[in-house]
Write a protein of this length. Structure first.
Length: 258
């Protein structure tokens, strides 16, 4: 039996968005074992916006697991944002993980916001000015936290959840000039450091849906502007060496992706 994961990112909820996702979300107990939110839950990272997210994505009948995005940090109210989400029962990850008991087995989700930096051959380096060193240090520390979280989970199926992308594949469609601000190769290395079945991220609104890490882990960009639906559903098979990853759009037709 497969584990079914619903996912979406970059919903940018404020008062005017409340109610738009809810009709499709109410169907989740019949479609998925859990919902993963890949950051940028709010527009500006205010507590008021986070309470709107809580109204929209809380109490769905399935566990909801989230990471924050860059928008959720804008107003420097991260503790208040996290508190509002947690009050609604939403699990917020940042360098840690959670294991859920699903009908298809134990699902482990490790999450971190991530950071930019770029990809192999075209990336920032820990050299020169203190500001550049601090930038790359943030990237490295975030990836290290993801790797540690992935390695700590005792589960049957392992999923990595980030906001920033771990691969350049899913950025195709974005201007090349901003790739370093959309993801970093260190996150991909973290994903490959464990038997990860699937990596999910958002952030790249004009990117592409599918990618693969150097180690062969399937990566999916679930930013709402990319998937153009309330969420996508992924079916993960039991064989972690050759995981079946399929996607189901809301009201759509199931596809199996090789």
């Amino acid at each position: 039996m497969a584990i079914r994961i619903a996912a979406v990112g970059d919903v940018h909820v404020d008062e005017d968005v409340v109610g738009r996702f809810r009709p499709a979300l109410e169907e989740l107990p019949d479609k998925a074992d859990a919902l993963l939110l890949a950051g940028d839950l709010t527009r500006h990272g205010t507590e008021a916006e986070a309470r709107c997210v809580a109204r929209e994505f809380g109490g769905l009948g399935v566990p909801v697991i989230a990471v924050l995005g860059n928008h959720d940090h804008q107003c420097d109210q991260v503790p208040q944002v996290v508190g509002a989400l947690q009050e609604a029962g939403i699990i917020v990850l940042e360098g840690d993980g959670v294991v859920l008991d699903c009908d298809g087995g134990r699902l482990g989700v490790a999450g971190v916001k991530g950071f930019g930096g770029g990809f192999a051959g075209r990336c920032a380096s820990d050299f020169g000015e203190p500001e550049m060193k601090a930038f790359v240090r943030t990237t490295t520390e975030s990836a290290d936290r993801l790797a540690a979280a992935l390695g700590s989970l005792d589960c049957d199926t392992l999923v990595a959840l980030t906001h920033y992308s771990p691969v350049p594949d899913t950025l195709a469609g974005e201007p090349l000039e901003i790739y370093p601000f959309l993801g970093c190769y260190q996150l991909g290395q973290a994903v490959d450091s464990a038997p990860t079945a699937l990596a999910l991220h958002g952030h790249a609104h004009h990117g592409s849906e599918r990618g693969t890490t150097p180690g062969g882990v399937r990566v999916r960009n679930v930013a709402h502007p990319v998937i153009k639906q309330a969420y996508s559903v992924f079916h993960l098979g039991e064989d972690l060496d050759q995981p079946q990853v399929s996607g189901v759009g809301v009201g759509g037709i199931q596809q199996t992706w090789s």
